[in-house]
Design a protein around this ligand. Structure first.
Ligand SMILES: [Zn+2]
Length: 151
């Protein structure tokens, strides 16, 4: 199991993702390079999402991060109208979503749908990755994140 990193919500950069946390660092490295990367088990080939130290299917611990096309379908979403943390005050309304990837439909990427009217969203609609800066009010720095837009 991946170890929980104490104090992760008290980091000065919270709620920006911790891009150096080993289980997810390749995901954020990929995003910074314009690639959507997902880990697959070297032993059994299963996609492993959310990334963990051991394969969820066979408990092996070696993975290869594959670059996905970025094409997928909208599995689920909500529209957030009230900032549940002060850092989100500049973002509302925003659309947290789960996207199922075409090459690995069992993978559901937590993301946001951006640059579209929330009322136009339809279950299972085609979406494509769009790398955008993620930043928050009162938080220094930003992280390039895989968001999605209608395909
Ligand atoms: Zn495996």
């Amino acid at each position: 199991m991946a170890e929980y990193r104490e104090g992760s919500t008290s980091r000065a950069t919270f709620p920006l993702p911790d891009v150096e946390w080993p289980p997810t660092a390749p995901y954020w490295d990929g995003a910074a390079s314009g690639e959507l990367r997902i880990p697959f088990c070297d032993a059994c080939g299963a996609s492993n999402w959310f990334p963990e130290a051991e394969c969820g299917a066979c408990l092996a611990s070696a993975f290869t991060w594959r670059v996905m096309s970025g094409q997928g379908t909208l599995f689920s979403w909500v529209v957030v109208h009230r900032p549940f943390l002060a850092q989100y005050a500049d973002d509302i309304p925003f659309v947290p979503a789960l996207v199922s990837l075409d090459e690995a439909p069992e993978v559901r990427v937590p993301t946001r749908i951006v640059e579209t009217e929330p009322d136009s969203l339809i279950f299972d609609m085609a979406v494509t990755v769009a790398f955008r800066p993620l930043h928050f009010r009162g938080v220094d720095g930003e992280v390039t994140a895989p968001f999605f837009v209608p395909a």
